[in-house]
Structures are given as C-alpha cells and as structure tokens.
Design a protein around this ligand. Structure first.
Ligand code: FES
Length: 181
C-alpha cells in the first residue's frame, strides 16, 4: 500500500510539472487516502494482533531463586515445561547441567515446553524457530528476538531458577544479584 501511495505521489508530481493541476490533485488525494489506510492497517496488525512483535515474557521476575521442578522429573535431552507465577519456562537437562529459558516463543507465542532439541538447540513446535540454550539467541527464524534466560541451581533435589540479570557481566555483580544472595 505504501508503494502504491508513493507511485501516486510521483504521478501527481509529474502531472504538476506538466501543468495538469486537477489530475495532480486527484492522484495526490488518492495517495493520501491509501497512506492513511496503510497506517491504520499497520497499527491493527502490530497493536491488536502483535504481528512481528516479541511475544516472550520480558519481566525481571523471579529475581530470587524459586523451586520449579523436582530433579527426578527431568529427562536428559528432553525439554520440560514448567510455570513460575503464570510465566511459562522450559528446563532442559543435558550432560549433567540444567538450563532454563522462557517457555513462550518470541515469534508468535508458541509453547516451547512442547518443543524438542535439535543439535542442542530448542525447536519451537509451531514454526520451527531454533534457540541457543545458553544465550537464548535464535539460531534460525522466523523468530528474530532472543528468549529470556534463567540461572539454575539444584537444592535438595529441587531445581530452582531465577532471571538472569540482563546487564550482568562475568566480572560485575549487580546490586540485584547481591540482594538476592
Ligand atoms: S511461534 Fe515459534 S516459530 Fe512461530
């Protein structure tokens, strides 16, 4: 629609140069109408249907470690969906380590707890996006946004998670982390 509007404005400009004022005004008005319709459609798709927006959870919770599953529930190499205060997460046990990432696909909100592993990457069951478990970054689209990542630890046979601080560096400990120790 934007391309059509641009063509109409270009046509209007050339008509103005040739002295065809009435036709130039008509094509400019049509271009303006199409621009408005295009903007409206874009707004509906983005704000109502969240097309091309990030569907994953971006809150900072939980900031402290909370138990989410029994260690015995995890099967090596098999994603397990869990829930923290209504926010879905996925736990993946591989090679003796447990990693946790957001359970809602950033692309369209697909349930990653129902996904599977492919060469160590988590695959979305809806459209096949693949995510690195260590960084949450998409290895293959259609998703372009990363998954939120969580730190994990095991206490008394329970797997605990907390949100990985986004600003954390290997050498710096943030006040949020310090407070939650
Ligand atoms: S919802 Fe996950 S790839 Fe589309």
């Amino acid at each position: 629609m934007n391309g059509t509007a641009l063509a109409l404005y270009t046509w209007s400009l050339s008509d103005r140069k040739l002295g065809r004022a009435a036709r130039a005004r008509a094509s400019a008005a049509a271009g303006y109408a199409i621009t408005l319709a295009s903007a409206y459609l874009g707004g509906v798709l983005s704000y109502r249907y969240r097309l091309d927006t990030d569907h994953s959870d971006r809150s900072n919770e939980p900031r402290r470690f909370v138990p989410v599953a029994d260690e015995s529930e995890l099967v090596d190499g098999q994603p397990v969906g869990v829930d923290v205060d209504g926010v879905p997460l996925v736990l993946v046990a591989t090679d003796g380590a447990v990693r946790a990432v957001g359970g809602r696909c950033p692309h369209m909100g697909g349930p990653l707890g129902e996904g599977w592993l492919h060469r160590g990457e988590l695959v979305c069951p809806w459209h096949g996006s693949r995510f690195h478990l260590d960084t949450g970054e998409p290895a293959q689209g259609p998703s372009t946004a990363p998954l939120p990542c969580y730190e994990t630890r095991t206490r008394d046979g329970r797997v605990e998670v907390r949100r990985r601080a986004r600003w954390r560096t290997p050498t710096a400990i943030t006040s949020v982390e310090e407070a939650s120790r």
